[in-house]
Design a protein around this ligand. Structure first.
Ligand code: ZN
Length: 240
């Protein structure tokens, strides 16, 4: 009986790891695929994408946002600015509307103060991140010296303690990435509200699917951070 339970848990664990590895390695390809698909749908409202920005900007953001250009796949929000790629601005596809609505969603988060708190926490955690590698090295050196009796044996425990601190930083990195996903979801939720004002239900559904695939890339980043040590995923910065 117990054997089956242990085997069952083992199999489940293996499947979860496989799933996480798949997301870690293929979420961006999946996003590109979904983006291509969403680009093939034109918004039926016939609205120019810049008018959409202007309307939402005026209605929700006191008209304070400026639009600037950025590289492909680098669309983002920074205080007072949404940076959009030429392909996003150059079409009225559902992919473009979704991307812009999402960035405008970040604009609303910023206005409500939700984004600032997150950024502050992130920059604080980035400082912790600098200690990660040094702590690992010091931990290993102390543990080895203690084990080999080159220094008193209790130094081994100090080494393990230092290692535990590095592990704590790793957990903070994972948690920070998880918080990022929550922020992304929040921005998309606001974005969907904006889209509902000018699109059909069917169109909003396609936009939602596209935004979900974008969010999956953030899960990919989290899983790459968690599983980078397995060498089965691409490298990922712990704090970005
Ligand atoms: Zn975002």
């Amino acid at each position: 009986m117990w054997l089956y339970i242990v085997i069952g848990i083992g199999v489940l664990f293996f499947l979860i790891i496989c799933f996480c590895l798949a997301v870690a390695n293929f979420s961006f390809d999946n996003f590109k695929e979904k983006r291509k698909e969403a680009m093939s749908y034109r918004a039926s409202n016939g609205m120019d994408i810049r008018d959409f920005v202007a309307i939402i900007n005026e209605r929700y953001l006191d008209g304070a946002l400026q639009v600037t250009r950025c590289e492909e796949y680098r669309d983002h929000f920074s205080p007072g600015i949404i940076a959009l790629s030429s392909s996003t601005l150059g079409s009225n596809s559902l992919a473009s509307f979704s991307t812009i609505a999402h960035e405008l969603g970040h604009g609303l988060q910023f206005k409500k103060g939700e984004l600032n708190k997150h950024w502050q926490r992130k920059s604080k955690n980035r400082i912790f991140g600098r200690f990660f590698l040094p702590l690992i090295i010091v931990g290993i050196v102390l543990a080895v010296l203690g084990l080999l009796n080159i220094v008193p044996f209790f130094v081994l425990y100090i080494g393990v303690g230092v290692f535990a601190l590095a592990f704590l930083i790793f957990l903070i990195a994972c948690y920070t990435k998880y918080r990022e996903i929550k922020i992304e979801k929040g921005a998309s939720n606001y974005g969907l509200e904006f889209l509902k004002e000018c699109m059909t239900k069917e169109e909003v559904k396609i936009c939602n699917e596209f935004l979900n695939s974008a969010r999956l890339t953030y899960w990919g980043s989290l899983f790459r951070t968690m599983l980078g040590w397995t060498m089965l995923t691409q490298k990922e910065k712990m704090f970005n």
